[in-house]
Design a protein around this ligand. Structure first.
Ligand SMILES: *Cc1c(COP(=O)(O)O)cnc(C)c1O
Length: 379
């Protein structure tokens, strides 16, 4: 089955064995009466296993080309739960531009439990390999990165990981399984903030992990059940509903993105645009090999901070807000909103300047968005 068919028919059974319904039910029960003394059953207590969460987990696994899916209460709950499979003294290599929340749990929480992390520019495979130590257990990457859309060679990272017997963990939130499926490229664990494209409407906080290996699945299931940072039945149901339109939404948002980029590149107030498939992105060829499109997040710079400020203040359709992946177009200022944990000099050195604007394109009419950006740039 192709992606759209799987998204719509991938979970087709009844949640309630006595109902004729083919799957669009929510089961809110926290406990399920034991049918037979001494016989274990699939659903007993819903932190451990529950029907609607199971449907969400089945579908996200199918869409990511994995065997086992796990639903969590947020993207950070997914990442934190997965990391509890490691031990004090273990070392990890992270991309420099990973999501700020991931940096924060490693830098401010897991460090207290004896985890060691090194943050490197993973667009340079030599730097990734050089960071591997005898106690390294995993390499954690995001591609493309936020907010400059730099590309990491997933297959290249997987090769280094396999050579040193490490796991490759990919946060695939920005691409969604529509555009990039890291398990097909050899990665071991895929993570998602389902708050973004999978939920898609800026109204659910949720997360997911997907794997193929049974041993890894056992460890993640144990962490999920033991820690209990679960996605609720109602949110699981909303996510199942959202996933039926995931491909349509991502494709439309990407189409809008290409139109907005074409407009911005010719506008005199715009200095530079950042997008994975732009000719001046040094990872363009790699991105085109590992993903089927550039996605719907891009960044651009304007000539001054004052211009950026007036742009944010003048928009009438796009909203000045953090997050991405929803139907609304959101614009954000990485320097003051999403990359606040880094010192100013470090941000500037990395290109996260005060004149940088990040755009998460939504599903509005492209001409309306272009007109909105035009008037805001010219204010
Ligand atoms: C939003 C986001 C997260 C965190 O997800 P939450 O659902 O907010 O906990 C992790 N990684 C990336 C790339 C994100 O964009």
């Amino acid at each position: 089955m192709k992606f759209e068919t799987k998204a719509i028919h991938g979970v087709r059974h009844t949640n309630n064995p006595t109902s004729e319904n083919w799957g669009s039910t929510v089961n809110f029960a926290t406990t399920f009466p034991i049918k037979e003394f001494g016989v274990e059953q699939e659903f007993e207590y819903s932190r451990v296993s529950s029907p609607t969460r199971k449907d969400f987990e089945t579908l996200i696994a199918k869409l990511e080309s994995g065997k086992y899916g796990f639903g969590f209460s947020s993207g950070m709950a997914a990442t934190s739960s997965v990391f509890t499979m490691f031990k004090a003294g273990d070392h990890f290599v992270f991309g420099l531009d990973i999501y700020g929340g991931t940096y924060r749990i490693m830098h401010d929480i897991f460090n207290q439990f004896g985890f060691e992390s090194t943050f490197v520019d993973t667009t340079d495979l030599a730097k990734v390999e050089a960071a591997v130590k005898p106690n390294t257990k995993a390499i954690f990457i995001e591609s493309p990165s936020n907010p400059l859309l730099d590309v990491t060679d997933i297959v290249g990272v997987v090769a280094i990981a396999k050579k040193h017997n490490l796991l490759t963990i990919v946060d695939n939130t920005f691409m969604s399984p529509v555009l990039q499926r890291p398990l097909e490229l050899g990665a071991d664990i895929v993570l998602h903030s389902a708050t973004k494209y999978i939920g898609g409407h800026n109204d659910i906080i949720a997360g997911a992990a997907v794997v193929n290996d049974e041993g890894l699945a056992e460890k993640i299931r144990f962490a999920q059940v033991a820690l209990g940072a679960l996605v609720s039945p109602f949110d699981s149901w909303l996510l199942l509903r959202s996933m039926k339109t995931l491909k349509l939404r991502v494709e439309k948002a990407q189409e809008n993105t290409l139109k907005l980029l074409a407009f911005l590149k010719t506008h005199p107030e715009v200095v530079k645009v950042y997008y994975p498939t732009e000719n001046d992105n040094k990872g363009k060829a790699i991105h085109e090999k590992q993903a089927s499109g550039g996605g719907a997040v891009f960044s651009f710079t304007v000539k001054s901070e004052a211009k950026a400020k007036s742009f944010f203040e003048s928009l009438k359709i796009a909203l000045f807000a953090v997050s991405l992946g929803g139907v609304e177009t959101l614009v954000t200022h990485p320097s003051t909103l999403t990359h606040t944990e880094f010192p100013e000099e470090e941000k500037v050195a990395r290109g996260v300047t005060r004149t940088l604007i990040r755009v998460a394109v939504g599903l509005e009419d492209a001409d309306d968005l272009i007109a909105d950006f035009k008037q805001a740039l010219e204010k």
